[in-house]
Design a protein around this ligand. Structure first.
Ligand code: CLF
Ligand code: SF4
Length: 519
């Protein structure tokens, strides 16, 4: 297998450049620990002026590594890796890898050659698709031939696409050199524990050195291999993101320790995701009634870890064959049948031209936000509110309430508008009429928000939202989200200060647990 990879040049750069980059990543580790304004200069929300240029170059159009980028750039996954070498209690083999995906079956598994064709077809149709990830449906490194063959084909035919990998980490130390050789410079490791006692409650077994190992011993091997793999990757200047599944009563408190352990080993980002668990998924946790966290439980844990390290909060737990912006799924447009009939016209120049338009929009968005933020300068208040936003991308309020499949959630304060999560919902509008049951689930999903920003909304849902204490806001239709949110907050504060409205502390909200049904 190794010989097949020899023809790919390892382009990690000269040793001095690598040292320099590693130093910058190491410096990055320091942010957030000393308090003050340094905190805001790292993590997914960071912009061009906040990160070392080399790191910014790596993350600026990666939708998972940059929250800001995820409004504009898309990723795709190719499902070339069916086998797995461990068992997680939140995974049912019939379903996507739950580490990286919603509980929905992968439509079809691909050969590396089919995957390479699919990447070209998507790249020529979606010019803002910048990242190719392999994330299952099993573990990519339990299928190394298929995974690296796919990377080899794509790095030859579509060299502008970043390569990304997600793994449970058991086999990681054996493949770090190959990962570096293929210029895969973004690797996600799912680490749910560093304490094998806790690990034994999450992983019934691992398959290691041709043997099935269970219990404490299995979890000990897994955690040792995960942390070893992380250290090896960061030593080589490869950006690492850690995904952790928050399982209330099992590892929720322990994840603060996990956060410290991965931070100290140079991880760039930590993504704490909610366990999604329902009996219909057929998982151990689903069948035993293990619940997932509420929206506020998840946010509280993410906030508590943010003192150590910035957190990814925009993960959509996507399918192993997902295509598109993180909040959308266009995989049904790119089935193998359709791809085989497609005329593929992979044109690097037109991709670049499109992306430079995206950059112009992105700069305009940041300028608009900063200008609005200046008008808040000097304002002093402890009040914070959450708002929900209906958007289909580009950082604008551009989705109708009834068409929203998810809402993005922003926290507003005198510091500005900060993205803190998203909530998947059932469609309210079903073929032209409003679905009242769906409206109830939407309200439960955004119950912790003071307002919902939409491009358009009908009279009935408006009344129901108001009755639930949520302000339906359509005055910012098609405007930039953050600029609008800051303007709204300024107005909100003025009304509270004048006594026109009372500031109300909102309650908790639901994270959707049911199986995802693509529409
Ligand atoms: Fe895919 Fe993962 Fe790469 Fe992103 S997903 S392999 S880093 S390109 Fe992203 Fe999807 Fe969350 Fe993963 S939103 S599940 S974090
Ligand atoms: Fe499932 Fe992924 Fe866990 Fe393997 S690593 S058992 S595919 S969730």
């Amino acid at each position: 297998m190794e010989e097949a990879y020899q023809n790919i040049e390892h382009d990690a750069g000269d040793p001095e450049a690598l040292d320099d980059l590693m130093q910058k990543i190491a410096d990055h580790k320091g942010c957030g620990t000393s308090g003050g304004s340094g905190k805001s200069s790292c993590g997914t929300g960071a912009g061009a002026n906040d990160l070392a240029p080399e790191i910014w170059e790596k993350v600026k159009n990666h939708p998972c590594y940059s929250e800001e980028a995820h409004h504009h750039y898309a990723r795709m996954h190719v499902a070339v890796a069916p086998a797995c070498n461990i068992q997680c209690n939140y995974c049912n083999r019939k379903y996507d890898c739950a580490n990286e995906s919603r509980p929905g079956v992968v439509s079809e598994k691909l050969t590396p050659e089919q995957a390479a064709k699919k990447v070209l077809a998507v790249a020529s149709t979606i010019p803002q698709m910048t990242v190719l990830g392999i994330a299952g449906p099993g573990d990519p490194l339990a299928n190394p031939e298929k995974t690296f063959k796919t990377f080899e084909l794509i790095s030859r035919t579509a060299p502008d696409i970043k390569l990304c990998l997600s793994t449970n980490g058991l086999a990681l130390p054996d493949h770090v050199d190959t990962i570096a050789k293929f210029n895969v410079d973004h690797v996600t490791i799912t680490i749910n524990m560093t304490d094998p006692e806790i690990g034994a409650k999450i992983y019934p077994w691992i398959f290691w050195k041709h043997k099935r190992i269970t219990g404490y011993e299995a979890a000990k091997i897994l955690t040792d291999r995960q942390l070893q793999g992380l250290e090896m990757l960061t030593e080589r200047g490869i950006l690492c993101k850690i995904n952790s599944v928050m399982i209330p009563g099992v590892n929720d408190k322990h994840l603060v320790e996990v956060n410290r352990a991965v931070k100290s080993r140079g991880a760039f980002l930590h993504n704490i995701m909610p366990l999604i668990s329902a009996p219909e998924h057929g998982t151990v946790f689903g069948l035993t009634g293990q619940r997932g966290p509420s929206a506020q439980e998840l946010k509280a844990l993410q906030d508590s870890c943010e003192g150590e390290m910035n957190m990814m909060r925009h993960c959509r737990q996507c399918r192993a064959d997902a295509v598109g912006l993180l909040g959308e799924d266009r995989s049904a447009e790119f089935t193998t049948d359709k791809i085989m009939e497609m005329e593929v016209n992979y044109d690097l120049e037109s991709r670049k031209a499109y992306q430079s338009k995206v950059e112009e929009e992105r700069i305009a968005k940041v300028e608009a936000k900063n200008a609005e933020l200046e008008t808040l300068a000097g304002a002093s208040s402890d009040i914070q509110i959450l708002i929900a936003v209906a958007t289909k991308g580009s950082g604008r309020v551009n989705e109708h309430f009834g068409h929203a499949k998810e809402f993005q959630v922003y926290e507003l304060s005198t510091k500005g508008a900060k993205f803190v999560g998203h909530r998947r919902v059932d469609l309210y509008c079903q073929g032209g009429y409003g679905e009242e049951d769906a409206l109830e689930t939407v309200i439960r999903a955004i119950n912790d928000c003071a307002a919902v920003f939409v491009a358009k909304i009908g009279g009935c849902p408006k009344d129901s939202l108001r009755a639930a204490g949520i302000d339906p806001v359509d005055q910012y239709a098609f405007e930039f989200i953050e600029q609008s949110a800051i303007a709204y907050f300024k107005d909100y504060l003025a009304k509270v200060n004048s006594g026109e409205i009372a500031h109300v502390i909102r309650g908790d909200a639901d994270i959707r647990q049911g199986a995802y049904v693509p529409v």
